[in-house]
Design a protein around this ligand. Structure first.
Ligand code: AMP
Length: 210
């Protein structure tokens, strides 16, 4: 199954993608994580993306489209994949269609803006594997340490409060139009984001009947 996770930053796309990835045994492709990794290892693409990312702006379409095109050609995508954080603009969605991606369903996780602000400002991520946590609602077993890989938990620069509003504005302007784009293709499944990860997961599983 080829799945797109849609929704505002902080809606829970990454967390739900991780659950689905384990359940369906298919890889998650997170453009945000790929770009952060490129930044960490200092590649040319990473350096180019840094200023956009730190300011909470979108990296230019041609850069992310290139990343996804390459990644989808890898062997582990043959039996399906979950796209997390891509597409984020109409031109990206059109490029995905042109790649012949055959998307089966698009899960749109809907969460109110004020809930998003609280979530993102309290979010911490593993600097090693990218797994997300929250200072109140999704704590690791050991304070400041990732349950999966023992990496240190840090706050993303773009999760600082002044950048969050900017990211939400961009989401409403650039990404939300994808809801109608995929509705028109008959692929949209709307899931109302709940207070707990477990409840949201149940709603996601119900939406895609897995
Ligand atoms: P995320 O981890 O998905 O919130 O992505 C973090 C940042 O990476 C975004 O704020 C953008 O700067 C960049 N990014 C990730 N995915 C995309 C995309 N599909 N299009 C443009 N920029 C992206």
């Amino acid at each position: 199954m080829n799945i797109i996770m849609l929704g505002a930053p902080g809606a829970g796309k990454g967390t739900q993608a991780a659950v689905l990835c384990e359940h369906l045994n298919i890889p998650t492709i997170s453009t945000g994580n790929i770009i952060r990794e490129a930044l960490r290892t200092g590649t040319e693409m990473g350096l180019k993306a840094k200023s956009y990312m730190d300011a909470g702006q979108l990296v230019p379409d041609e850069v992310v489209i290139g990343i996804v095109k390459d990644r989808l050609q890898e062997d582990d995508c043959k039996n399906g994949y979950i796209l997390d954080g891509f597409p984020r603009t109409i031109p990206q969605a059109e490029a995905l269609d042109e790649m012949g991606a055959n998307i089966d369903c698009v899960i749109d996780i809907e969460v109110e803006d004020d809930v998003i602000v609280n979530r993102l400002s309290g979010r911490r991520v593993c600097e090693n594997c990218g797994r997300p946590y929250h200072i109140e609602s999704l704590k690791p077993k050991v304070d400041g340490v990732c349950d999966d890989c023992n990496g240190a938990l840090v706050q993303r620069k773009d999760d600082q409060i002044d950048t969050i509003k900017n990211r939400l504005d961009i989401y409403h302007k650039e990404t939300e139009p994808l809801v109608n784009y995929y509705k028109a293709q008959g692929k949209l499944k709307v899931v109302v984001g709940k207070d707990t990860v477990k409840e949201t997961t149940e709603a996601v599983f119900k939406a895609i009947e897995v």
